[in-house]
Structures are given as C-alpha cells and as structure tokens.
Ligand binder design. Structure first.
Ligand SMILES: [Zn+2]
Length: 498
C-alpha cells in the first residue's frame, strides 16, 4: 500500500459552498480521509504541498468525441445537419495513428483544464473495430485519464434518416451519398459484442459503453440490439436525443411521437441511459427520463455553436433527471474546457427568462459537472466528490492566480471566474498527471509534430470529401432549416392527425 497526503490546501465542498483548510490522505488510488491540517499519517507517506491551492474534485465531461480533436476549428457557421454532412471530410481516411493522436490531444487538453474523466462517443467508419477501441482506450490509460468509450453507431446514414432529404438531392449526389451507407446492423452489433467481451483494460480506468448515435438513425431492431448488449455486459447507453429541431421534427415524422417517447416504448430508458443535449425535450419527455433515472449530458457550448437552442436545465432538474455537463466534440464546440462548459450552463439558464429563481445556480452547475456527470458515466459512487472511498481524482487551482484574487466565494468563482488558467496540478487515481501546469504523461512537443503531419496527410486524403461537402451543403443547408421552420406543434399534432 502506498500513501500520499495533500497538505495545506483549501478543500472545496460544493454542496456546502465552502473551502476549508484540510489535508487529504490517499491510499493507492482512493481517498481514505479528509481531516484537519497536520494530522498524523502512516510512516512513509508521500507528502504533496497544497498550500495556496484550492483542491476541487476533477471535472467530469459527460459528452465528447475523441475523433473530433483533429477537426477543431475546421468550420464556422454549421448547423448540426451541416456538421453531419461534413463528417466524411472532417473524419474520413483516419488510420491508427490519427485515431490514437486525436484521443491523446483531447485527453491532454482536458487534463490541463481540470477534467479527469470523460464519456467519449468514438466513431469509426464503417464499423467499430477492436483495434480502434484499443487505440483510444490505451491513449486514455497511458495519459492517466478515466474514460467511458462508447462506439457511436447506427444502421442508417444521415441521408436515409432525414425524411425527404435524399429525394431533395440531384441524382448525381443521391448516387454519391448512397456510398456512405453504414454496415448492416447485425455486423455492427457483432463487432461491439466482440469488443466488450474481450475488453482488456481495467474498467475502473477505461470502460466500454454503446452509443446508438441518434434514435431515428437506427432501426428499432438495432436500438434493441444495443440495449441487449448493454444489459448483457453492464454497459452505459448514450444517444443524441432532441438535439436540433430538425432531429425533433424528424422523430415525429418517423415515429408519430417524440424520440424520447419512442425510446420509452422500446423499454430502453433506465439509469444507464444518457441523453446527449435534450434541447427539444418536452415536459413529458423529461418526466419519462426522470422516472427512469436517466441522465442528460447538457452541452451548452455546442448547442449555441450549432444553433440547436437553449436546453431547459431547470425543467430537467424539476423532473428529477440526473444532469451532467459536457463539452461535446471539438468539431462543434470547439474546445474541451469544462470550466467554460459549466460557466455557459449557468449563463444559458439565465437568458431564458426573468424568473431568476428558475436559473441554474453555480452550485447546481458545479454539481452537474462533477457528481451529475460522474453518475452518467456509471462512476457515481466513486468519482466527482472529495470524500473517503472516492477515487483521488483531484485538481489543484493556484489561489495566487488573478482568477482568485480575492477569494470571495469558492463555488461562484469556480463556475464564473475560473477558465482553466489557474490549474496548477492534477491527480487522477493518486497519480500526478499535471504538475506546475505541465503534463507529465505525454510529450507535447512530439504531439505537436504528429498533429501537424496528420493534418497535412488528412487534408490531402480528404480533398474529395471536402468537395462532396461543398456540393451537398447548399441542399442540406436549405432543406433542413426548411424542415425546422414549421412551428413544432404543427409537426407534432399534424403528424398525429395524419
Ligand atoms: Zn455528440
């Protein structure tokens, strides 16, 4: 057994809204005791000074995409549907090096910005592979971050999933997008089954999950197949639900009811189910999620960046939905900064009306980004808090940084002032991974050289895919907003009357 003690820091208690002087005794990877400063520790205990530091639980990113990190900043004015149209350009022709590199870049950014665990919806075309999953899992394990990695899968392409879209394309483009068909559902389910059956990694560090990407991009049989795998192997399920209005409208057209009502009818909602975004959930949908103990991964940055809308987190909390916070992928947010995501979660709730009692408090935002996200990841009893029995996933902020001068209120300042620049050191499972603002587990200079080489290679390899995007964007960019423009209640009740 190895003991470590963090001495002399102010330890944040988000629920209490306080930061009191306390020492944290860690045994191996787990917090054993949080006690008064200067208390006795076992012989041979390693001491780490946390003087002039605020110690907070590592932030937990409830929704990201590791493959997005090589595509950061590649676009500007994109709706979700234009982003999906751009997917072959942004993510095409990836090899093993690109898959690993993209995950490493994201993990490095998250750790340097105080995030110690994430839910990664990782995409590989045309089917998820054991090699691809192992590359991502080992990227997290080696850098020392916790992750839940869910292959993001479907059995219908974007063009098959949006009613009327394929028919709106000129014939030549219809033929091109037909080549973007995904593998048959059975092949994908078989591949995931093999991956999770042979999982070689420590599930306390990196574990698999399943992400049927968007409900109506999946046949019912396919969604049920994903849920069966989740039951058999005790996995999380994660899906983009009611993200954009186009998605909400398409759900009504396809199912005659909301996506969430349909998922409920299929019987797949439960405590292991995470809805990503949930911008267009109605009260009944939220009640369904709350009653089933499900989570929402709230991604306010992406929801604004893609023009998807402002999610109503107060209504979610009122419906007893477990609320987590995420950054979403770097192709649509574009950073992986959980401090910013918390801050935006707070701000987005505050622009929705003058009834300030309905606004998300900083305490609620901070709890969502720690305990709430942890529960969505399936780590609810082991990460997201500084308490005995929890993993030693800890962030030390420099209280001499201007963000904290003066220290007036630790939770308000964590959510509204901190932007990641005061992160001094980060520990995951008792292992120091960031010290004096430098990452210890990865060579950033080498990462830079590899990223440049990968960018150049992918730029050339995806030139055709870029041209395809340029040809498709005018059609998708006018058809989808048209679909979204009709008032939502006309879609809902019109669809029922038909
Ligand atoms: Zn996403």
């Amino acid at each position: 057994m190895a003991y470590t003690v963090l001495r002399g820091g102010l330890v944040l208690d988000i629920r209490a809204g306080s930061a009191e002087p306390a020492d944290i005794l860690i045994e191996d990877d787990t917090i054993r005791e949080v006690g008064p400063p200067g208390g006795p520790v076992p012989d041979g205990t390693r001491e780490i000074s946390a003087a002039r530091r605020l110690v907070h639980p590592g932030l937990v990113n409830a929704h990201t995409h590791s493959h997005g990190n090589l595509a950061k900043g590649m676009g500007d004015r994109w709706t979700l549907e234009l982003l999906l149209t751009a997917a072959p350009w942004l993510g095409g022709n990836r090899g093993a090096e690109d898959i690993q590199l993209s995950a490493q870049i994201g993990a490095a950014e998250m750790l340097l910005k105080g995030c110690t665990a994430c839910y990664d919806l990782f995409f590989e075309w045309p089917v998820p592979s054991a090699d691809g999953m192992a590359l991502v899992a080992s990227a997290y394990a080696e850098i020392g971050m916790r992750a839940v990695i869910a292959p993001m899968v479907a059995d219908r392409s974007f063009y098959e999933a949006i009613p009327g879209l394929a028919e709106a394309l000129p014939t030549a483009l219809q033929e091109r997008v037909a080549t973007l068909r995904l593998a048959p559902g059975e092949a994908t389910l078989k591949a995931i089954g093999a991956i999770v059956r042979d999982w070689q990694f420590d599930r306390e560090q990196v574990r698999p999950a399943v992400a049927p990407t968007i409900p109506h991009h999946c046949s019912d049989a396919f969604i049920l197949g994903c849920a069966a795998l989740a039951r058999e192997f005790d996995l999380g399920l994660h899906s983009h639900v009611a993200e954009s209005k186009v998605q909400a409208v398409a759900g009504i057209r396809v199912y005659g009811q909301t996506q969430t009502a349909h998922l409920d009818r299929l019987g797949v909602l439960g405590p292991n189910f995470t809805v990503a975004h949930g911008v267009w959930l109605d009260d009944d949908d939220m009640a369904r999620l709350g009653d089933n103990g499900a989570s929402v991964a709230h991604n306010p940055g992406s929801n604004m960046r893609l023009g998807s809308g402002l999610a109503d987190t107060r209504a979610m909390l009122d419906a007893r939905v477990n609320l987590g916070i995420g950054t979403d992928g770097a192709s649509c947010s574009d950073n992986q900064n959980m401090y910013e995501a918390m801050r935006l979660a707070s701000f987005v709730s505050k622009v929705q009306g003058p009834d300030w009692q309905n606004w998300l408090s900083t305490r609620e935002a901070a709890l969502a980004a720690t305990e709430g996200s942890a529960r969505a990841l399936g780590f609810g009893d082991r990460i997201g808090r500084i308490a005995p029995g929890y993993k030693a996933d800890l962030v030390m902020l420099d209280l001499d940084h201007p963000n904290w001068l003066p220290l007036n209120d630790p939770v308000n300042q964590l959510v509204h002032c901190e932007d990641g620049t005061a992160v001094e050191s980060v520990m995951v499972g008792g292992r120091m991974v960031v010290e004096h603002r430098r990452i210890l587990t990865l060579d950033l200079a080498r990462l830079r050289d590899r990223a440049t080489a990968s960018r150049d290679r992918l730029l050339a390899a995806n030139a055709d895919n870029r041209r395809l995007y340029d040809a498709l964007a005018p059609v998708v960019g006018s058809y989808c907003p048209g679909l979204a423009r009709t008032p939502y209640h006309v879609h809902r009740y019109g669809a029922r009357a038909e």
